[in-house]
Write a protein that binds this ligand. Structure first.
Ligand SMILES: NC(=O)c1ccc[n+]([C@@H]2O[C@H](COP(=O)([O-])OP(=O)(O)OC[C@H]3O[C@@H](n4cnc5c(N)ncnc54)[C@H](O)[C@@H]3O)[C@@H](O)[C@H]2O)c1
Length: 265
């Protein structure tokens, strides 16, 4: 039996939403919560794998657009795709981001440019396209930053600068969009297990699991690393009506890393 009074499902675009870490966590939680999810991800294999996994679970409202978000025009394409499939775009999660661990003296201009193109230019263009398309009733944007926006270690000048920019962009965009009822918030994850960051850790640690173990014991107040699903749950909160009075805010989900004064013994 269909319920003709049911509120139509809302649609969220998630960049990098096919990822084996945070992106996949956000997509899964949003699909479970009944959202239509438009995933824009460069990795065709990951799109295919997540699509099959969600379909097996009966969560068939996620659709995939395989594209490089750093290419101009992709944001508008994603919005058109979402409008064609679902008739509305109510939310955006700027999740896709790439890392770089290199001392400033070794960073090439191409590397610098690529990290900025994906982490900043794309977030800017996707936000602009989505804000233009959002309904008069408003919407919600969540930017995925990083604890590297707040404090740092060696090798993160490029990545940290992009994440600091995302943090500032959140408040500036919230100011532009508040009068239209569009809320903009930012989540700064600490270390969340993902294929991407395992690869990055491998640059400076041969035994990635041992490094993660030691990190968990000494660099957090809590005993467990945050999970991709927990980040997804926080995104879900920001997208929901429960957060309707919250905009221009940033919150860390990092097991206490950013609150520590000294390393835990
Ligand atoms: N995982 C962490 O520990 C951690 C910590 C702090 C911040 N973050 C941030 O969280 C976000 C997700 O990171 P993650 O490591 O969990 O990865 P993830 O699992 O969300 O995977 C990232 C996805 O982005 C996609 N992607 C990368 N470049 C793209 C491009 N140009 N166009 C389209 N798709 C692209 C990849 O194919 C991948 O599927 C990033 O912004 C990252 O900087 C992650």
């Amino acid at each position: 039996m269909t319920n003709s009074n049911a509120t139509p499902a809302k649609t969220v675009i998630v960049t990098g939403g096919a990822g084996g870490g945070i992106g996949g966590g956000i997509t899964t939680v949003a699909a479970e919560a009944g959202w239509n999810v438009v995933i824009v991800d460069i990795d065709e294999g990951a799109c295919q794998a997540l699509s099959e996994k969600l379909t097996r679970r009966g969560l068939s409202t996620a659709v995939f657009l395989c594209a490089d978000i750093a290419t101009p025009g992709r944001a508008e394409e994603a919005v058109s795709f979402a409008m064609e499939r679902f008739g509305t775009v109510d939310a955006l999660v700027n999740n896709a981001g790439i890392g770089l661990v290199k001392h400033i003296t070794e960073v090439t201009d191409d590397e610098y440019q690529r990290v900025f193109s994906v982490n900043i230019d794309a977030a800017y263009r996707f936000s602009r396209a989505v804000v233009r398309a959002m309904p008069p009733s408003g919407g919600s944007i969540v930017n995925i930053g990083s604890v590297h926006a707040l404090a740092n270690i060696q090798g993160y000048t490029v990545y940290a600068t992009t994440k600091g920019a995302i943090d500032a962009f959140t408040r500036a965009l919230a100011a532009d969009c508040g009068p239209r009822g569009i809320r903009v918030n930012c989540i700064h994850p600490g270390l969340v297990p993902s294929p991407q960051n395992r690869e990055l850790i491998h640059n400076f640690a041969e035994d990635v699991d041992a490094w993660l173990d030691s990190y968990t014991r000494t660099k957090q107040l809590l005993a467990n690393l945050p999970t991709a699903r927990q980040v997804g749950e926080l995104v879900k909160f920001f997208l929901s009506d429960a957060a309707s009075a919250i905009t221009g805010q940033a919150i860390a989900i990092d097991g206490g890393t950013s609150a520590m004064l000294y390393e835990r013994g």
